[in-house]
Design a protein around this ligand. Sequence first.
Ligand code: FES
Length: 322
Amino acid sequence: MTAAPEARELTLEVRHKSEIANGVFLFELRAGGGGQLPPFTPGSHITVTAPSGQKRRYSLCNDPAERDRYLIAVKQEASGRGGSLSFTREVSEGDAVTAEPPENEFEMAKTEPKRLIFIAGGIGITPIRAMILHCVRQARTNFMLYYFTRTPTMMAFRDEFASPAFEGKVVLHHDNGDPDQAYDLWPVLEQQRGAHLYCCGPRGLMDAVRDMTGHWPDSAVHFEDFVGASAPHADDKPFEVRLAKCGAAYEVAANVSILDTLRRHGHVLASSCESGTCGTCRCRFTEGEVDHRDLVLSDDEKKREIMICVSRAKSPTLVLDI
Ligand code: FES
C-alpha cells in the first residue's frame, strides 16, 4: 500500500512536458484540482519526488505572478542514474507528482540596486529566468543577463532570450567546451558601480564569478548553488579516505570535498553539479560511516553509496570501492 502524502505536500498534475534544449525538459505543473498554487518569489525552488522515490530540487522558472502553475526545467543527467533521469523519462503529461511547497534560498534583495547583473550557466538559467520575468513585469530595465552554455542546442529558452524583446539586455555565449573560448566576465565585474549580481550555474562558473567579485560588498553578490546540500558545516572535521582498488589513502581536509581531494592527488573522476544534485559522482563505499549530504540517493542506496562531491565521513576512515 502506498503511504499517504504528508500534509504539507502538494499533488501536482503534469499538464505539459516538452524538450526545450538537448536533454532539458520543461514541465508545466498545475494543482490537481485546478485553482491557485502556493505563491512563490523569484529564485524559489520546489522539491519533487521522482518516480524512483528520489527527491530532487528544481528552481521555478516562470513568472512568480502566475499563481496557477509552476514551470520547472529538468536536465537529464544520464550519467548520474539519479532522480533527474527518472523524472525526465518516467513522468509524462497527465501524471500526478508530489512536491513540497516553494522555498527560497536565492532571494532577490529588497533594496533597489542601480543595476542588476544576472549570470547563468547551463540549467542555472532556471531561477534567473524567474527573476528576469519578474523584472520585466515590473518594467525594470536596468538589468543584463550573461548566459552561457557549451553549444546553442544546449541552451534552454534560447529563442526567448535571443528575441527582440531582450535586445541589448542579453549576452548569449557558447564555449564549445573549450576553456579558451570562455566569455571574459572581468570587464563586467571589475567595477561594482551599484550593481547587485545573481549567479547560478556549474561550480566552475560560480567559483570564477566569486573570485572576480571578491572586492564587492557581500550584500551585493548572490549565488544559487543548492547550498543546503553542499555548503561546508562549521563543525566539519578532517578524515581519511582510502581507495580499495589501489590502496591509496589521503586526508580529506575539513574544508575540502572528497572529490577535490582525490583530484588533487591525480585521480580523474566524473562530476557535473558538484552540489549533490545530479548523481554523476556516485561511488560505492565498503567501510566507514557516511554523512550523506546529497539530494540523489535513496535511503537504501545510502547504505552502500556516496556522492563524493558533497558527502563526508562520520568515521575516522572511509573506504571507497575505487
Ligand atoms: S552529485 Fe553532481 S557531481 Fe556529485
